[in-house]
Design a protein around this ligand. Structure first.
Ligand SMILES: Cc1cc2nc3c(=O)[nH]c(=O)nc-3n(C[C@H](O)[C@H](O)[C@H](O)COP(=O)(O)O)c2cc1C
Length: 190
């Protein structure tokens, strides 16, 4: 499965996390890991799996480069692409809008046909009031807080990468299975 990690960053935190995720998943799984600042949204098409990194800025808003992509999303079709997200935020300083941008990007891609529900992460270890990235007791992706809990980042990444490896393996097995069902029905002329 062709897999790309794409992120934006203002102070470098999201880039560090993206690189650590890329190293943890390893080159067998990750084909590319890139900052979106010099890319077009169309460069994200053609991947089976997109791992997207988004920090929240300006009290609940998207960082500049993701905002540009978000505006262009309605002109792009991501039908069938699996999306996996990781978000950076500050639960102490911005507890009312913690990781909002991750939720905004998640919904934006789903509206263009992408498939989510991968890499969801429990909210219970975080202390925040509200988040557009929270779905009941899970975030729609890995939650990283470099401002207050950088000491937990590596262990969170390691656990989350093991989780998404398992989830992507299930996706791969299901699509292999579906493919062999199609091939078999072609063989018997169904
Ligand atoms: C002005 C400002 C506004 C921010 N707004 C939010 C916010 O609304 N929600 C949140 O979770 N984090 C917020 N943050 C925290 C950043 O998302 C966090 O520092 C992140 O790690 C930055 O990543 P980056 O440097 O890779 O862009 C804000 C930080 C600043 C300085």
């Amino acid at each position: 499965m062709k897999t790309g990690i794409f992120y934006a960053t203002n102070t470098g935190y999201t880039e560090e996390v993206a690189d650590e995720i890329s190293d943890t998943l390893g080159p067998n799984l990750v084909d590319t890991c890139k900052n979106i600042e010099d890319l077009e949204l169309s460069d994200l098409q053609g991947f089976d799996v997109l791992i997207l990194g988004i920090a929240t800025w300006d009290a609940g808003d998207l960082p500049y480069d993701w905002a540009l992509f978000h505006d262009q999303l309605p002109e792009h079709d991501f039908t069938g692409t699996r999306i996996v997200l990781f978000g950076l935020g500050d639960q102490v300083g911005y507890g009312e809008t913690f990781l909002d941008a991750m939720g905004i990007i998640y919904r934006g891609f789903l509206e263009q046909g992408a498939i989510g529900n991968l890499g969801f992460w429990p909210t219970k270890a975080y202390d925040f009031q509200a988040s557009l990235a929270a779905y009941d007791d899970k975030f729609c992706g890995l939650a990283i807080d470099q401002d207050n809990e950088s000491h937990l980042t590596t262990e969170r990444i390691v656990e989350w990468c093991a989780q998404i490896k398992r989830e992507l393996e299930v996706v791969r097995l299901c699509s292999d299975n579906q493919q062999s069902v199609v091939t078999e029905s072609e063989r018997v002329g169904a």
